[in-house]
Ligand binder design. Structure first.
Ligand code: PLP
Length: 397
């Protein structure tokens, strides 16, 4: 039997594989410290949970409009206006099943077979797979450390071909934690407008931002940029709601209508109860978001100080999200316990087996000489995990 050639090209998620291995070791009684978390370690705030319980008790358990309940879409449009200074009518907001679903909707809405999508590297590993699933071609553009791993106007322009349809701008970035300045976004937008290219703006980590850094939503820059941008966002990271599966797109009317049509036939509405919880998250007290952000910032500062003082590894200070992107190039090429450390994958394997520390190799994020350490774990675990990494490096290099 012949299966879909397109589907068979899709690779499994390597982040999930290493997380599973660490879990298995823990189940076998091994004390593993995992820096692998892609989700906040905080509980969903109580008032949000309560609104979901109320929704169940009130019988809000049936189909809703496929694009989401109007009150929620209006609350999102209000948030975009007040927080991001950009106008969307509620009909331009489509509520989807997490950021992932919002992204796949966005790619499905704009791509024709063989259309190219520029993905600055390092990148969140799902983008290339999503583009392929939508019949597009991912075009990876490797960014430079001296530019904070952010794509420059020149790099963007050099990657454009007659087939270029879109660029993905992930801001703050997973895995680097870097945040684009207004000027950097203006430069990218200028090229996108001049060359008539869509911008997929993944702002999932928008609220997790440190050191007084400002987050700009690229669609707010000007009318021409707005017309070409699909903003993707959601509640997973900022409100500790990964399991609830709430994401959304904000896009020009014509694109939103297409996304609405796609979603109405593929998924229909997201869970009705989660929609009520999302409404409460957006319209209720916001202190919980700030409390979590502050805690992440404390951990980030601790990690930056510690990693600075560990020999042979280095990183740029992140300004957002909850990841550190660490250069391990000086640790490659050695053989430890019979394993040749060719890249981040082998390094991760040996570190897990010898030091009981799980990290994410950035091989599938476009950088095989970097690893990602998440600080969505307690400060105590961060301390212990970094102690182990420091000791491992001292003893083996
Ligand atoms: N975009 C980025 C950059 C992410 O890191 C993630 C999740 O890890 C998502 C989107 C997807 O978020 P969700 O869990 O809401 O699907």
């Amino acid at each position: 039997m012949v299966l879909s050639a397109k589907a068979m090209e899709i690779t499994p998620s390597s982040t999930l594989a290493i997380t599973a291995k660490a879990k298995e070791m823990r189940a076998n009684g091994i004390d593993v410290i995992g820096f692998v978390a892609g989700e906040p370690d905080f509980d969903t705030p109580a008032h949000i949970k309560q609104s979901a319980i109320d929704a169940i008790n009130e019988g809000f358990t049936k189909y809703t409009p496929a694009s989401g309940i109007v009150e929620l879409r209006k609350a999102i449009a209000d948030k975009m206006k007040t927080e991001k200074n950009v106008n969307y009518d509620y009909t331009q907001i489509i509520v989807s099943n997490g950021g992932k679903h919002a992204l796949t909707n966005a790619f499905n809405a704009i791509l024709n077979p063989k259309d190219e999508v520029i993905i600055p590297s390092p990148f969140w590993l799902s983008y290339p797979q999503m583009v392929k699933l939508s019949d597009g071609v991912p075009v990876i553009v490797t960014t430079k450390k001296e530019n904070g791993f952010k794509i420059t106007k020149e790099e963007f322009e050099n990657a454009i071909t007659p087939k270029t349809k879109a660029i993905v701008i992930n801001n703050p970035n997973n895995p680097t934690g870097m945040v684009y300045t207004r000027k950097e976004l203006e430069d990218i937008a200028e090229v996108a407008v001049r060359k008539d290219i869509f911008i997929i703006a993944d702002d999932m980590y928008e609220k997790l931002i440190y050191d007084g850094t400002e987050h700009i939503c690229i669609s707010s820059l000007n009318e021409e940029t707005y017309k070409r941008t699909i903003v993707v966002n959601g509640l997973s990271k900022s409100y500790a709601m990964t399991g609830w599966r709430i994401g959304f797109t904000a896009a020009p009317k014509e694109i939103s209508q297409i996304i609405a049509n796609i979603q109405s036939h593929s998924a229909s509405n997201i869970n009705s109860i989660a929609q009520k919880a999302a409404y409460t998250a957006f319209t209720g007290p916001q202190e919980c978001v700030e409390e979590m952000r502050c805690e992440f910032e404390k951990r980030k500062n601790y990690m930056v100080e510690r990693i600075k003082n560990i020999d042979k590894i280095s990183m740029l200070e992140p300004k957002g999200a909850f990841y550190t992107f660490i250069n391990i190039s000086k640790l490659l090429g050695k053989t430890i316990d019979g394993v040749e450390i060719k890249g981040a994958r082998e390094f991760g394997e040996v570190l897990l087996n010898k030091a009981n520390v799980a990290i994410i190799p950035c091989t599938d994020f476009g950088f095989d000489d970097h690893i990602r350490l998440s600080y969505a774990i307690s400060l105590d675990n961060i301390k212990e995990g970094l102690d182990r990494i420091e000791k491992f490096i001292k003893e083996n290099y």
